[in-house]
Design a protein around this ligand. Sequence first.
Ligand code: PLP
Length: 422
Amino acid sequence: MDLYESIQKQDKEVFGALAGEEQREREGLELIPSENYVSKAVREAQGSILTNKYSEGYPGKRYYGGQTYTDQAETLAIERAKQLFGAKYANVQTHSGSNANIAMYMALLQPGDTVLGMDLSHGGHLTHGHPVTYITKFFNFVRYKMKNVETGEIDYDEMRRVAVETKPKIVLAGFSAYSRELDYEKFASIAKEVGAYSVMDAAHIAGLIAGGVAKNPFDAGFDIITSTTHKTLRGPRGGLILTRESEEIAKKVDKAVFPGLQGGPLMHVIAGKAVAFGEALSPKFKDYAAQILKNAKAMEEVFRIAGVRMLGGGTSNHLILADVFGSLGVTGQEAETLLDRVGITLNKNAIADDTRKPMDPSGIRFGTPAITTRGFKEGECKRVAELMLEALKNRSDEAKLVAIREEIKQLCLKFPVPESFV
Ligand SMILES: *Cc1c(COP(=O)(O)O)cnc(C)c1O
């Protein structure tokens, strides 16, 4: 456990929040598929004195002096990111996945240009053109969908038809709530046919790609991969933009990130990215990535046997989207609240073409990156899935819910979050 000695002495109120979160993470089960636990080494980097430094610009080309060590840290992060994904260029400065996407749009588009992306109700992300986001005032977003929500197959014919008709500048792949692999060759060939850039937003599955258990879009000729660094990649909260080959694109990306969008980079976070990328390059990370998939399959099996409908018919990655309203008569919000009470954290989620409202949709989304970091194997994951279903089916049985809460807590205490992954 972290001691937070100085904070404890100086600021009891903030210490209270940290101590509470420490206990919550220790005793509760984290199934939100976009969350993970970072190593102590990553946290040390993030808590380091590099936060003191202004480093606007890029290694070797900064606006202020005193950059010997910031250049060292950022160059390490860049070189490791390139090696992990087989990219020729990497920009590690974006503060988040959303910023990475906005910078990518700014690099490749003029106002009024069109982006062809995944329908949001079929798994796309807010930054792929949700009307509540500011970027939709500047760019035009058109959509593709799944052809069959029971198998997860994307409608590539429709994608091509829309692409030919609307002439997008970007064909965008990637998702937040989709459980199958994409056919990157089809994306790339449609992009090529209409003269668009091909971009993969790998925010969720970057760790699976880096770990070699999911296909790398660069192998199909994609131009750019954007990502977060804190989901399956298990690094500090931040963003990443990789360019496969084109120096021209990479230069546009760098300009768009700084000075286009951001000011000074978070050098302490960039050092944390370098540490996390170093961890991801270690052989152990491949085992981690492979176990994420095995664990998701183990949970899928329990849900399948129980007859619960899963979007895409199950999972090929780290997450499952279950139609709990259709299968168990409990709404996504009710399920989220109930499972929270027994110590399982996950999120409600709209399912494809959901008839319910976004704030109380039909589905829940859950995944295995965090519990796999804890050391859970298939057996524990199967048990967690069983406990989830038991809780959902015995919603008003207080004694049962208390027993489930206790079993979850004991399971968590048996698998403390490790401090190191190498
Ligand atoms: C999480 C996510 C993002 C945004 O990342 P933030 O760091 O939260 O801004 C972007 N795209 C996809 C597909 C995501 O899942």
